[in-house]
Design a protein around this ligand. Structure first.
Ligand code: NI
Length: 169
């Protein structure tokens, strides 16, 4: 299997909003498998279809750190039903925002609803790290990056650095 290319900031494709999936077929399963492969190879703990240029509402994640015990999760058409509390997600990072980490204010817990890869409805009551991962990936599906949630000054500094790097290439 070949991994997808992961688009990085400031690629405009990352600002797209994902369209809901209305048909779970073989082609979709292939996309999911390739997304998971891409995520593990990166490596990352989560990936949204928007990051690989597919404007469908699909996310994959695996918050287990150890590779020999993988625990892949897929959510199709994820939706946050409710948020509670507040937490600072320390040193949050993103495969689409290379070489950068920042603290991000997030909800402490979220209730998420969607469908698994077989089309069965699912509901996840998540806290702390998992809650942050879900919020981060669902943000992607809404065309948002974690740097849209930090101060404008910090974002501008990052942007400057990236544009400088791109010019050098
Ligand atoms: Ni990300």
């Amino acid at each position: 299997m070949t991994p997808f290319q992961i688009y990085t900031y400031p690629d405009k494709r990352l600002k797209q909003r994902a369209k809901p999936v209305d048909n779970i077929d073989g082609a979709l399963q292939e996309i999911i498998d390739r997304m998971a492969f891409t995520m593990y190879q990166a490596p990352g703990v989560g990936l949204a279809a928007i990051q690989v240029g597919i404007d469908k509402s699909i996310m994959v994640y695996d918050v287990t750190a150890r590779e020999e015990k993988r625990d892949l999760h897929v959510i199709i058409n994820p939706k946050i039903l409710s948020c509670e509390g507040e937490t600072i997600s320390e040193n949050e990072g993103c495969l689409s925002v290379p070489d950068y980490r920042a603290d991000v204010k997030r909800a402490k817990s979220v209730l998420v609803e969607g469908f698994d890869r077989d089309g069965n409805p699912l509901r996840i009551d998540a806290e702390d790290f998992l809650a942050v991962v879900l919020q981060h990936e669902i943000d992607h599906l809404n065309g948002k990056l974690f740097i849209d949630r930090i101060s404008r000054l910090k974002r501008e500094l990052y942007k400057k650095r990236i544009l400088k790097q791109l010019k050098r290439k």
